[in-house]
Design a binder for this molecule. Structure first.
Ligand SMILES: NC(=O)c1ccc[n+]([C@@H]2O[C@H](COP(=O)([O-])OP(=O)(O)OC[C@H]3O[C@@H](n4cnc5c(N)ncnc54)[C@H](O)[C@@H]3O)[C@@H](O)[C@H]2O)c1
Length: 384
């Protein structure tokens, strides 16, 4: 069988987990041909843990020029996602880019333009899209069976992180190294799922508290309010300081609601749309009757492996991707808008003004304090 010769750029926490999956044979049709990392200690790790056939490079340029690759996985800190993905796409190498696709929507747009001009595939690692819970939630909302959406609320505070997590990498939780906090590091998955299931809002108002629970300069606590074109509203609340955290997505529609919490999906269906009940009911304090059903959402959730398998099949057989580059820009627009709203203290209309965002982020970066990381690799067990 033809194998997709793949190289990984950055073999820290996430890149090394990808490497392990590929060499373990979990990704049918994908071969790990090379890895590149700027850090000597990580290259030493590769030497000790990866098969001899995997070539090891000091940087991505060397690897992309010499290793005879067809595809790369970009798993470096976020600011380098854009330049490295664009360099790969210009060489017609297929790209699987880690989330967030970039730090700014301008970078993400430029990445997509490079993809449009190349013959290569450009994909984003949105591994939570393989979760049967969210797939089912999307199918219900897309089917229209619950009628128009009225409100959506996501409390996602189960991204708890300790100070030692933030202290591990010198790039982490700094404006200069990461370009954001919980919105850019942990929440790209949720923001992507939110827009995937509920669609894109048209305006965003947000309050981001920087260094609220940790000694960091970026936000670790966010409350956002959004409005959709049909008049529906939404809230998104996140934090890395709460424990035990909550993860509850509720989508309320005219005909009922869905609640996704922990591992369950509950469907509430009204016997008639609320708007019809309200217009026709003649009593005092009545409510429409409803049914409650816990839906079966058992099934495989292959996460990162599933996304890499889809990517391999897309390249080798023309199958569809879990998420392409265009999908990456939507969730990123939400986080850019939340940041901008909080920094400027006003409501932001979407699409976000990418020039203004770049200017405001540059202000933050100019005040960013350098920090030294402990250099600790937090997980090489693929537990993400
Ligand atoms: N999809 C997920 O579930 C998931 C989970 C964790 C991290 N991530 C993403 O993966 C990316 C990396 O995160 P991490 O936790 O692995 O970080 P990390 O710091 O553990 O690893 C990054 C590695 O990249 C190397 N590197 C940095 N710049 C480089 C460059 N220009 N060329 C080559 N190597 C370079 C570093 O030396 C380091 O070894 C981030 O964008 C993060 O958001 C995704």
């Amino acid at each position: 069988m033809k194998k997709l010769k793949t190289g990984i750029i950055g073999i820290g926490n996430m890149g090394s987990a990808h490497a392990k999956m590929i060499v373990a044979g979990d990704i049918d049709g994908m071969e790990l041909a090379a890895v590149a990392d700027l850090d000597q200690a990580r290259r030493q790790w590769a030497k000790e843990h990866l098969p001899e056939s995997v070539q090891i490079y000091e940087n991505a340029d060397q690897m992309m020029g010499q290793a005879g690759l067809q595809a790369v996985i970009v798993a470096v800190p976020h600011y380098d996602h854009a330049p490295l993905s664009i360099a790969a796409l210009k060489k017609n190498l297929h790209v699987m880019c880690e989330k967030p696709v970039a730090v700014t929507t301008k970078q993400a747009r430029e990445m997509q333009e490079a993809a449009d001009q190349s013959e290569a595939i450009f994909a984003v690692m949105f591994n939570q899209r393989t979760n049967p819970l969210y797939k089912k939630a999307k199918a219900i909302i897309d089917s229209g069976e619950l009628g128009p959406m009225k409100r959506t609320s996501w409390i996602v505070t189960d991204w708890y992180r300790s100070q030692s997590y933030y202290d591990s990498g010198n790039w982490r939780a700094t404006w200069a190294g990461e370009g954001g906090g919980v919105l850019l590091n942990q929440c790209p998955h949720n923001l992507d799922l939110w827009q995937w299931i509920c669609g894109m809002p048209i305006r965003v108002t947000a309050f981001c508290q920087e260094g609220r629970w940790h000694d960091i300069e970026v936000e670790d606590d966010v409350t956002a309010y959004v409005e959709y074109e049909n008049g529906a509203s939404g809230t998104f609340i996140t934090s890395t300081g709460d424990t035990p955290g909550t993860n509850r997505l509720e989508v309320v529609c005219d005909g009922g609601k869905i609640v996704v919490e922990k591992d369950s999906l509950t469907l509430y269906k009204l016997e008639m749309p609320e708007s019809v009940f309200s217009a026709t009911y003649k009593g005092g304090f009545g409510e429409p009757k409803h049914t409650v059903e816990k839906l079966d959402v058992s099934g495989e959730n292959p996460q990162h492996a599933g996304v890499l398998r889809a990517f391999t099949k897309a390249v080798l057989e023309g199958a569809s991707l879990t998420a392409d580059g265009r999908e990456g820009i939507r969730g990123l627009s939400l986080s850019n808008a939340m940041h901008l709203s909080s920094w400027l203290g006003k409501t932001i209309e979407l699409p976000v003004d990418e020039v203004l965002f770049e200017q405001e982020l540059a202000n933050k970066v100019s005040q960013s304090k350098k920090k030294s990381g402990t250099g600790q690799t937090l997980s090489v067990e693929g537990t993400y």
